[in-house]
Design a protein around this ligand. Structure first.
Ligand SMILES: [Zn+2]
Length: 66
């Protein structure tokens, strides 16, 4: 199984970005095309997956103060 996921429009590798909801304070994973998020954007909220990705990539910065 390939680990990479490419944008169907521009063939750039999709960015996997751990994020934190400013509303609920819950973590989620954002997937997006680095060129233009309108090409491809996805959100994953499944807790087991989110926890695993955060373990791998590290927790996102706290959005407070933005
Ligand atoms: Zn793209």
């Amino acid at each position: 199984m390939s680990k990479s996921l490419d944008c169907p429009l521009c063939d750039q590798a999709i960015e996997i970005q751990p994020s934190k909801s400013t509303k609920s304070g819950k973590y989620f994973i954002q997937l997006k095309c680095p060129v233009d998020a309108r090409h491809f954007r996805g959100f994953i909220h499944d807790k087991a997956f989110v926890d695993a990705v955060i373990l791998h990539y590290g927790a996102p910065a706290d959005p407070q103060g933005k």
